[in-house]
Design a protein around this ligand. Structure first.
Ligand SMILES: [Zn+2]
Length: 264
């Protein structure tokens, strides 16, 4: 059943939902009209649906690797996003070079990406990047922007807590919250921010952030080999990206050195 709210009521709802979010890692401020709890609920529902469509891997080694790296990055994140419920799942698709994270902390890594990211350091770069999108709440920020450009019905649904989960999920996945095939790209700003946050998390977790350079060079090579990895369709491995990562190295190498001293 469609809910109906008058313009006045909608404005009141919007005002009630309005929030300014300060990114815990970069300090950037953004307006986000969706609460962390709502965002987690949407992410979890979309993830449950996705799990029924993809083949979950039970390979002990692949799973141990993803759990190990995921747990260390989650520890580096700490309580930056208290609503996050981290869950790391491996999908069995050796030809799929992809990884994604949904709002609220559900992270999926495909075996194709695991084969390419040979070291835990490289895997930490990818997982750190995806987790960076989550803690920066990029999905919710994009949904907020979409509301601003006229998706009023969606706002009404959310505001009234209308349990039209299918619509919400379709919208969420359709809007390309992450690197799912064919999804819309994050903006350059979000990509760059997730790169920055991701290498900081990886370094704080004790992984060598220099792996970001080798990983993206490898991805670049893959793309020139004729087949475009899915991850690359949403995450171009261009020179700008690699240059920017290099520019952040002095800062993140300090975090890495500190982590190594701590873990010694
Ligand atoms: Zn990204």
């Amino acid at each position: 059943m469609k809910s109906f709210l008058s313009a006045g009521a909608l404005a009141a709802v919007l005002l009630g939902l309005t929030g300014c979010y300060t990114n815990p890692e970069t300090g950037r401020q953004s307006v986000i009209l969706i609460s962390p709890a709502q965002e987690s609920e949407m992410g979890a529902a979309a993830f449950a649906e996705l799990r029924t469509k993809e083949k979950v891997s039970h390979d002990p080694e692949a799973n141990a690797r993803v759990q190990r790296v995921g747990a260390r990055i989650a520890e580096a994140v700490g309580d930056q996003l208290p609503s996050a419920k981290w869950e790391f799942v491996v999908f069995d698709a050796p030809k799929t070079i992809n990884a994604f994270a949904l709002p609220g902390g559900k992270v999926g890594v495909y075996t194709g990406l695991l084969n390419l990211a040979k070291s835990d350091d490289e895997l930490a770069i990818v997982m750190g990047h995806e987790i960076g999108h989550v803690t920066a709440r990029h999905g919710a920020e994009r949904m907020t922007e979409a509301m601003g450009i006229g998706l009023g019905a969606f706002v009404v649904d959310l505001a009234t807590q209308n349990k039209t989960n299918n619509t919400r999920n379709a919208w969420l996945v359709g809007y390309g919250v992450l690197g799912l095939g064919g999804a819309l790209k994050f903006s350059r700003e979000h990509e760059s921010e997730a790169d920055h946050i991701g290498i900081r998390y990886a370094a704080k977790a004790g992984y060598n952030p220099m792996a970001a350079i080798t990983f993206w060079q490898k991805m670049d090579k893959e793309s020139k080999g004729g087949k475009l990895p899915e991850f690359l369709s949403t995450h171009p491995a261009n020179d700008t990206r690699i240059e920017q990562l290099r520019a952040w190295m002095p800062e993140v190498l300090l975090l890495y050195e500190a982590a190594k001293r701590r873990d010694r």
